[in-house]
Design a protein around this ligand. Structure first.
Ligand code: SF4
Ligand code: SF4
Length: 378
């Protein structure tokens, strides 16, 4: 066994011992064709307001810029699937994306990857250069994972493993140590188009191409301002992220379950009750979502999402709760608290909307009221 093979075996065994479900290794290349496609995708404007993707482009193109002398990328994945219903099976309440039911994966995976990076450093006689990333780094994560044989990138743009499914958190350790490399696995999407057909907002504009600006995950997590009116209906009951294109994927039909308790749903987060969600004030939100990925949306973004989902619920019982949010300080919450009753009651809330026109001072909210008034009159 040569040295690269010996080290690769040790590193993979260690990754599995640390709790990763999948691990593969690919060579660090000087140029990735996928990076050109990614740049083209940015050029089409499909990244919306995610400007940080453009800022990290040169590093994404060249791993060498992330770690000088980089030779190998150890791609790791953790399965977060739990034995709970899918979004397509649940009824009533909102929907929080499966990945956000438990603890923040950045914390969980970051610790594991840090330990793997330390292991690689300790393993090599001369000090090894290492960089570990979970999602946040300027790295073409899915490309490296697919080159490492961890899975293939499906038409829904998620990484899919034939055995485990696609409920995977990805991370990687880039190192200047030479290792043995795995082969890519073949794309097994075949003629299937389930994810494309099921997407509520037609965000998968062609196989393997996502217009993030239409994707519910982007709208409810990344977007900071108002959700465009024409897309709100498509958001359905999603209050943070969306699972539809993974829930319908045949490769998730028999997806394995994780043994990690940290990804199990926290109390009340599975199909959360809308009344409970609407009563969460800033402190309540921070308490419930402490060390959870949901905190990324912040209270104002989360309540915005809740109001859109409540508006889509068709349940007029929620209106009194929505009214309680019309007095919020954040204009983005008030704006959506205007839209929700209009969506639930139509013309029946016209008098109330006209009154709001006289009392509201924020232009963003006023714009929303004028739209609702015009629509309610017609
Ligand atoms: Fe469509 Fe939801 Fe998948 Fe986004 S996450 S592409 S909105 S199904
Ligand atoms: Fe591929 Fe079908 Fe899964 Fe979409 S639903 S990712 S097309 S296998």
């Amino acid at each position: 066994m040569n040295e690269a093979t010996r080290l690769s075996v040790l590193i993979k065994n260690q990754a599995l011992a640390l709790g990763f479900d999948l691990v593969g290794i690919s060579p660090a290349e000087s140029h990735y064709g996928e990076a050109d496609l990614f740049e083209q995708w940015l050029g089409w404007g499909y990244a919306g307001e995610m400007n940080y993707l453009e800022r990290g482009l040169s590093k994404r193109k060249e791993v060498e810029r992330v770690l000088p002398g980089a030779r190998s990328i150890v791609s790791c994945a953790v399965n977060y699937n739990t034995e709970n219903p899918r979004s397509t099976e649940a009824s009533g309440g909102g929907w929080i994306s499966r990945y956000a039911w438990g603890d923040d994966y950045h914390d969980v995976m970051g610790k594991m990857l840090g330990e793997l990076a330390d292991y690689i450093t300790g393993l090599c006689p001369e000090e090894a250069g290492v960089r570990a990333y979970v999602d946040t780094g300027p790295v073409l994560e899915k490309v490296h994972a697919s080159r490492s044989g961890v899975g293939w990138v499906g038409k829904n743009t998620c990484l899919i493993n034939q055995r485990v499914g696609s409920w995977l958190f990805l991370g990687e350790v880039i190192t200047d140590v030479e290792l043995d490399y795995d082969s890519e696995v073949e794309d097994r999407c075949g003629t299937c188009t389930r994810c494309i057909d099921a997407c509520p907002t037609d965000a998968i504009v062609e196989p393997y191409v996502l217009d993030a600006r239409k994707c519910i995950s982007y709208l409810t997590i990344e977007l900071k301002g108002k959700i465009p009116i024409e897309l709100r209906e498509g958001v359905e009951n999603n209050v943070f992220g969306c699972d539809v294109c993974q829930d319908v994927c045949p490769w998730n039909r028999e997806a394995l379950f994780t043994l990690k308790k940290s990804f199990a749903p926290r109390e009340k987060l599975l199909s959360p009750d809308f009344k409970w969600l609407m009563e969460l004030d800033g402190d309540g939100f921070r308490e419930v979502f402490r060390k959870s990925p949901v905190k990324r949306a912040k209270h104002r973004g989360f309540m915005r999402n809740v109001l859109v989902a409540v508006g889509n619920s068709g349940n007029k019982e929620y209106i009194e709760y929505v009214r309680g949010l019309l007095g919020e300080d954040e204009p983005v919450i008030r704006a959506h608290a205007v839209w929700a009753p209009w969506r639930l009651e139509g013309g029946d809330c016209l008098a109330e909307l006209e009154h709001l026109l006289e009392t509201e001072t924020d232009e963003e909210v006023l714009e929303e009221i004028r739209y609702a008034v015009d629509s309610a009159r017609n």
